[in-house]
Design a protein around this ligand. Structure first.
Ligand SMILES: NC(=O)c1ccc[n+]([C@@H]2O[C@H](COP(=O)([O-])OP(=O)(O)OC[C@H]3O[C@@H](n4cnc5c(N)ncnc54)[C@H](O)[C@@H]3O)[C@@H](O)[C@H]2O)c1
Ligand SMILES: [Zn+2]
Length: 367
């Protein structure tokens, strides 16, 4: 399995790029970068936690191929997705960027990926960047597809761009230092992919749940490959989220985001945990509308529970979730929009679901 590299191409014409997946493939980052011809001076945006774990190794990998590297560290927090941090990092980049051809490496989870990608999209009207995702969630989801951004006090990801990286390098060995909570966080998105597009992936997670939670290299590599392929297919047909096709990726996210917001984006509910409750609510609504069988809904709930993800929400006020939901970006012209499962492997998108139906689902799930 070692160094068994898999390549998936996200086909976007002139903006196409590879997603390289494998165990310890960071060791061959040098030759991968050489092929891109994007410069010799790497600005690596990361945080202390990841720098401490993987910074020295990345530095030596880059210098072996003649790249200079400059690390810029931000705080290990969602709060780093702010305009203040963004401007601070840009000023540091500008001070370093003298007689150089720089490119950015986003070394980290979704927070770093979103921030670094956004900076790459606006600095000098756009410079090349490479995603090196280090969390399970970022490997299966956020590093792919070019959605970048920062948060405002009134909401998450409200300022941003769609700006594609030149390469994504998902090294499975990075996952070994993640907590079980972080692995579960990513698994919520994996279950989502299974429900929206890939029943075989859903059954695989059901069958191999124990090995996955033990971080079997074989399982993790297969899952990152499957999810990357699905995300690449969806992004290819709706890169800028304009036709509604990319919206399918929002299964569980309408209510999930509301839970995160109502919990104040604290560590009480990780993104994945909130999405798991959101998926359970979407199933409840779908069963009520007779779109999904009770049997499939139970199977989805059982898998989420088996993984150790919550399907009920504790410690967050129902009223706050309902309030937060009405501010969601997925509300279009005052109409809500939900991705609802119809079976394992297929969904429909429904607009204007009755408030009563949503509130009933929330009342059942929020304890
Ligand atoms: N752009 C997109 O398409 C997209 C999609 C989904 C989520 N997101 C964004 O992603 C963010 C969440 O990403 P996340 O779940 O990766 O969280 P995160 O980036 O906060 O990382 C989670 C934690 O893991 C630590 N960490 C990272 N790699 C590690 C490693 N290898 N070993 C040990 N610890 C490590 C981080 O320091 C952090 O404390 C949110 O801001 C969300 O909005 C973006
Ligand atoms: Zn998500």
């Amino acid at each position: 399995m070692k160094n068994n590299i898999k390549n998936i191409t996200l086909d976007l014409g002139a903006r196409s790029y590879d997603i390289a997946i494998g165990y310890k493939i960071i060791d061959i980052l040098g030759p991968m970068l050489e092929r891109l011809n994007i410069g010799q001076d790497a600005v690596i945006i990361t945080n202390n936690t990841i720098h401490h774990l993987h910074g020295a190794h990345l530095n030596s990998v880059l210098s072996r191929y003649g790249y200079s590297s400059r690390f810029i560290l931000v705080a290990d927090s969602e709060k780093s997705k702010s305009y203040k941090v963004c401007l601070d990092v840009i000023q540091k980049i500008a001070a370093f960027d003298m007689n150089k051809k720089i490119f950015i490496i986003a070394l980290g989870g979704g927070v770093i990926g979103d921030l670094a990608g956004f900076i790459a999209s606006i600095y000098k009207r756009g410079i090349a960047y490479v995603q090196v995702p280090t969390t399970f969630l970022s490997q299966v989801d956020s590093s792919i597809g070019g959605k970048t951004g920062i948060d405002l006090a009134v909401g998450k990801n409200l300022v941003g761009s769609v700006y594609q990286p030149r390469l994504v390098v998902s090294d499975i060995s990075f996952l070994r230092t993640l907590s079980l909570k972080q692995i579960r966080n990513g698994l919520a998105e994996v279950v989502k992919y299974g429900i929206i597009k890939d029943p075989a992936l859903f059954y695989y997670v059901e069958k191999n749940c124990k090995d996955i939670l033990k971080l079997s290299i074989e399982c993790m590599q297969k899952i990152v490959c499957d999810c990357s392929r699905i995300k690449a297919q969806v992004v290819k047909i709706d890169e800028f989220d304009k036709t509604g096709k990319r919206a399918v990726l929002n299964l569980g996210h309408t209510i999930g985001h509301a839970i995160e917001a109502a919990a104040g984006f604290t560590k009480d509910y990780s993104h994945g945990e909130a999405v798991a409750i959101g998926i359970a609510c979407a199933c409840d609504i779908s069963v009520k509308l007779k779109l999904l069988s009770r049997k499939d809904a139970k199977r989805i709930e059982a898998l989420l529970k088996n993984i150790g993800l919550p399907v009920y929400c504790h410690g967050v006020k129902l009223h706050d979730i309902i309030q937060a939901q009405s501010h969601d970006k997925k509300f279009i012209h005052g109409k809500n929009r939900f991705v609802l499962p119809v079976k394992i492997g297929a969904t429909v998108i429904k607009e204007d679901i009755s408030i009563k139906l949503i509130e009933d689902a929330l009342k059942r799930r929020v304890k």
